[in-house]
Design a protein around this ligand. Structure first.
Ligand SMILES: Nc1ncnc2c1ncn2[C@@H]1O[C@H](COP(=O)(O)OP(=O)(O)OP(=O)(O)O)[C@@H](O)[C@H]1O
Ligand SMILES: [Mg+2]
Length: 224
């Protein structure tokens, strides 16, 4: 568990304490992403990991806040249709979201939610479907990604671990870039290699690895 309280935004250090070293680390990540592809800016970016609880959602949510703080229009999309958590992080509901748009073929406005950060909106998971990978690989999903591209400068997608299920790999093929979140002292080297192999197999553009120290330094210099 996080050691930093139980407020809905307690994991959002970029919001809670923008002057902390951790918030600074997220700004460095933002800059590195910008520089990773100068000719073709990364507009769609997915985060995944090797195993559960490595800090994907926390990292992506803080990155989203940090990008919005730099006056980019950011949409955060919860594509973890197995253990969605972004709505909880921001203290909003996931009754409406990604799956409602896809299943209802909703042509009306997207159920984007304001989360108290100017420039940032959240498309929560919506009700959980029986076969997430099919939904994420569907034509409708492709159309939704195109639509989201039209509504923001950057669209960030949260997913389940890439080794356990195919969801992240399915979606990775449609992204400009992929971030692999590993946890120092916990992620096994062979698993990191396996995650990379699975992503390379689908020709994903892995633009970087984020080393999350959550469990290693919990209690003092966490969120690195
Ligand atoms: N840098 C960090 N410092 C301290 N705690 C962290 C950090 N990153 C994540 N955590 C904590 O670790 C737990 C898992 O984080 P998170 O939900 O972001 O991981 P995840 O990889 O998205 O998990 P899941 O596989 O369930 O989607 C949470 O309780 C979160 O508060
Ligand atoms: Mg998560």
């Amino acid at each position: 568990m996080a050691t930093n309280g139980s407020r809905p935004d307690s994991q959002l250090i970029a919001l809670r304490d923008p002057r902390s070293p951790a918030a600074e680390a997220y700004r460095t990540l933002r800059t590195n992403i910008q520089f990773s592809s100068l000719d073709k800016p990364i507009q769609t970016l997915l985060a995944t990991s090797t195993a559960p609880d490595e800090g994907k959602s926390t990292t992506l949510a803080n990155l989203a806040v940090t990008m919005a703080q730099a006056e980019q229009r950011v949409i955060l999309v919860d594509c973890d249709l197995r253990r969605p958590s972004l709505h909880g992080l921001f203290g909003v509901s996931n009754e409406q979201g990604l799956t409602s748009v896809i299943l209802e073929q909703d042509e009306r406005s997207l159920p984007l939610q304001e989360v108290g950060v100017p420039g940032l909106s959240l498309l929560a998971s919506g009700p959980l479907p029986p076969r997430p990978a099919d939904l994420l690989g569907s034509r409708r999903m492709e159309a939704l990604i195109a639509r989201l591209r039209g509504e923001a400068d950057v669209v960030l997608f949260d997913t389940p671990p890439v080794i356990a299920v195919t969801d992240a790999a399915v979606l990775a093929t449609r992204m400009d870039g992929v971030l692999l979140v590993l946890q120092a002292g916990k992620t096994r080297r062979d698993r990191a290699r396996e995650a990379r192999r699975l992503l390379e197999k689908v020709k994903a553009n892995i633009i970087g690895v984020v080393l999350n120290n959550a469990k290693l330094e919990a209690g003092y210099g966490y969120y690195q």
